[in-house]
Design a protein around this ligand. Structure first.
Ligand SMILES: *Cc1c(COP(=O)(O)O)cnc(C)c1O
Length: 427
């Protein structure tokens, strides 16, 4: 049996871990079946506990820009480890990573390191509220900014609406301060700002959405949001946890030519270790403790292993700026192959892509916001996902997630993935 050991391990895990995992999407709830337990990985591939090999299209959900076990990151972590893993005191290394990050990303003068994307988004919103003296935020249905209370809100019944909690444990009070707009719908943002004059601290969004599949911003959308923020006095926050150091060295701000007031990072910036960060102009960042009154702290923030990995990753990007074009070319190549296969099935589908992010939706509607993303045929998606898995191709186990390509993927890997898709879909 192909997944025998993984099934055993999943049963064992379920006895001591809620749902058998430490992060929900790993449990295969939306595709069914047993999650594969990984034993090791290198380059574009990983091996599971049953000894099956897979071509990996999630790259640890984004961080592994150059593939698994990237030697510069491994070397940095091993070298730092020998000198102690954490001090709770400043190190020269933190300044070095900060200088490099600030030099790569447009419009950022100062940066604060934290331990996850969730922490980065939660903290950057607190800073925006502290800086503006306003309490409400606008987010977009389908955009994910980690699991802090303020973001676990869903659109209510109205078209454009005050949010309601979408998880037990989030209070109605919190939900009242999160207003919900529709992605790629500028009018929905304008309505919320008009209805809450002088009350909105920030508009936060994924500049290229990746948590409802990949949804690129339509022409004029981000420009319009930028303009609305400037006129209303709300700060524009780009959540670049996914897009930062992935779409370009300077993230979406550089790739799309739009200035954000504050930016949150995660994923690639830690090279596969737990790192998040947020940054902006010195004048805004000066409001953060200990320089200013907005509190934020972390025992393990900026620890030398995480910073060593992050530095190695950012230096690798700086040495090799061609990586972004290579990744885009690989993604375009995969798109072409998948498109041919899907076309021959006769089933409706859409493929969205931007840079190294791509997703397949089994729907006849253009996928441009959460509502259209939700029209995908989940039965068809399951069949596609499991057909690929059984043939050694690991895709995100949910139709609402983007693939993340890495530079270790070869043309052979991509050809094999396309062949697997043809077999999986009976094309
Ligand atoms: C992954 C992600 C987060 C959360 O980061 P974690 O490190 O998982 O806490 C936030 N925002 C976006 C856009 C993400 O993709």
């Amino acid at each position: 049996m192909r997944y025998k050991r993984s099934s055993e391990l999943f049963r064992q895990a379920n006895r001591v871990l809620p749902g058998g995992v430490n992060s929900p999407v790993r449990a295969f709830k939306s595709v069914g079946g047993t999650p594969v337990f990984v034993s090791e990985a290198r380059g574009s591939r990983f091996t599971d506990e049953d000894g099956n090999q897979y071509i990996d299209f999630i790259s640890s959900w984004g961080p592994l820009l150059f593939g698994h076990a990237f030697p510069p990151v491994l070397d940095a972590v091993i070298e730092r480890t020998r000198k102690g893993t954490s001090f709770g005191m400043p190190t020269a290394l933190e300044t070095e990573v900060a200088e490099l990050a600030v030099s790569m990303v447009p419009h950022i003068e100062k940066i604060r390191f934290v331990n996850s994307g969730t922490e980065a988004c939660m903290s950057v919103v607190r800073l925006a509220r502290g800086y503006t003296g306003r309490e409400k935020i606008i987010k977009f249905a389908g955009c994910y900014h980690g699991h802090a209370d303020a973001f676990l809100i869903e659109a209510g019944s109205g078209a454009v609406t005050f949010g309601s909690p979408n998880s037990p444990g989030v209070t109605r009070g919190t939900a009242r301060d999160t207003l919900m707009a529709r992605y790629n719908d500028l009018e929905s943002v304008k309505e919320l700002l008009d209805a809450n004059p002088g009350e909105v601290a920030a508009v936060i969004l994924e500049p290229v959405a990746g948590n409802m599949g990949c949804i690129p911003p339509e022409a004029g959308f981000l420009e319009g949001v930028r303009e609305l923020c400037t006129t209303s006095g709300a700060l524009l926050i780009f959540d670049e946890v996914m897009t930062g150091f992935r779409l370009a060295a300077g993230g979406a701000q550089q790739a799309l030519g739009i200035r954000a007031d504050l930016v949150a990072f995660g994923k690639v910036i830690g090279g596969g270790l737990p790192v998040g960060a947020f940054g902006g102009p010195a004048e805004i960042m000066a409001h953060l403790a200990p320089e200013g009154p907005v509190y934020q702290a972390g025992t393990l923030s900026g620890n030398p292993l995480a910073m060593g990995a992050g530095l190695a990753m950012l230096q690798a990007i700086e040495r090799d700026p061609g990586v972004f074009n290579r990744l885009s070319a690989k993604t375009a190549y995969l798109h072409k192959g998948l498109d041919e296969v899907l076309k021959s099935t006769g089933q409706p589908y859409r493929i969205n892509l931007f840079g190294s992010m791509i997703s397949v939706h089994f729907t006849d509607r253009d996928v441009r916001d959460f509502e259209s993303a939700a029209t995908g045929n989940n039965e068809h998606f399951r069949k596609y996902f499991h057909g690929m898995l059984d043939r050694g191709v690991y895709l995100p186990p949910s139709a609402f997630e983007s693939y993340f390509l890495n530079d270790a993927l070869t043309e052979e890997d991509l050809d094999l993935a396309v062949e697997a898709a043809a077999a999986a879909l009976g094309a």
